[in-house]
Design a protein around this ligand. Sequence first.
Ligand code: NDP
Length: 295
Amino acid sequence: MATLLDGRRLAATIEKRLQAVIAEHGELVGRPPGLAVLRVGDDPASGVYVANKEKACTRIGVTNLGAHLPAGTPASEVLATIERLNADPAVDGILLQLPLPAGLDEGPLLAAIDPEKDADGLHTLNLGRLLKGEPGPRSCTPAGVMALLAAAGVQLAGRRAVVVGRSILVGQPMALMLQAANATVSVAHSRTVDLPALTRQAEVLVVAAGRPHMIGAEHVSPGAVVVDVGIHRRPEGGLCGDVRFEEVEPLASAISPVPGGVGPMTVAMLLVNTVRAWCRRSGVDPQSLGGPFLF
Ligand code: NDP
């Protein structure tokens, strides 16, 4: 039976550690960490994601300084809000919740976020820092996957990893992080020929294709570690991932479930980026948080 890569449990452990760091240094700093989740419009899925992030902030003592702008807000006003948050000394992390309403171009807005307050780790400067192996906020979802793997003691150095998906949000930074951990990495995408032959080479397989249930037993070699990043709402209710869990679990040595795998880790890493920025901006040694992926 495969080991379950339990993101819910690990996220709770990480939250406890962050809470302790805030409690230890809060008085000296004189203010709690602040995260601003900026939402524009009323995308219902975003509403759920934002609420989850806000609840997580409350649990660990991070102040929620977010804003919710109506759907018709012009780009200039969203930009002005980002600039206000950049200048606000109580704000340590800023996150622009995507997708934006039609007509708003996310590129210039994401670029306007102060890279030092980039809680999502998706600013071009921070992606460049990842590429160069320099410190900086890391993209939350792939950083969450790295933390899950590290906590489960999965060795990456010298091992063969395959990432399915090459988005800027997940696949690309995931491949860079695995490579930085000395795995030998291949990246598959929609034009990859004979995907099962490639994924069967993986000792560590990370799937972020956004295609419900596309990965089955034919894609996985016995003993592989399988991480499922995909999240989909099933028409009949509930969530599922990109991996056919029942079919792959008996083959894998470890596997992440959906829900309860990568999802909670993404939120945990958002908090990590925020608390790390708070430490850095207030002269607290962020080493007390642990290594880049907290292990
Ligand atoms: P995108 O749609 O931006 O990217 C999907 C990637 O998968 C693309 O690179 C695409 O290739 C590739 N792909 C699509 N179909 C295939 C296929 N048949 N074979 C091989 N590759 C394929 O999605 P995201 O990266 O933003 O998200 C991926 C999934 O992860 C989604 O389900 C999303 O909901 C989920 N997600 C979950 C998070 C979490 O917290 N758990 C956070 C973020 C995302 P190409 O480039 O050629 O088009």
